[in-house]
Design a protein around this ligand. Sequence first.
Ligand code: ZN
Ligand code: ZN
Length: 142
Amino acid sequence: MTERTGHCLCGAVSFKLTAEPLATRICWCRDCQHLASNGTVNLLVPTEALAISGTLSDYIKIADSGNEITRQFCPSCGTHLFAKSSGRPQFRVVRVGNLDAPSSIQPHMNIWASSAPTWACLDVALERVEQQPLPPKPSPAQ
Ligand SMILES: [Zn+2]
Ligand SMILES: [Zn+2]
């Protein structure tokens, strides 16, 4: 297992991942486009595998599913780092661009592809899911 580290733009928030991602996806939902002006590249880890250092500010929005989505930002530089869903408390979403080594992971799926802008660059070699994908299977023992 590779231990991964990352931080926000200003460095006030840092984090460590102690498990391999359960999934890595590029999300084209409209909320992600507001956050990134593009798709967001996200990995999913078990909640207990994400260790955060520093203070976060939360923004909570109810998703179409009815779940409460909490998005977490650095209050100093505004970098968006993490998200969690009330419907899936066992997972944390981590924005891949904040990793110290973003090339250490490989996205394998475009999700919410139906809401991608016409100019979006979607790798046709990746699996395409028009909306929300199924959750990953339970983590194998690690
Ligand atoms: Zn920051
Ligand atoms: Zn999204």
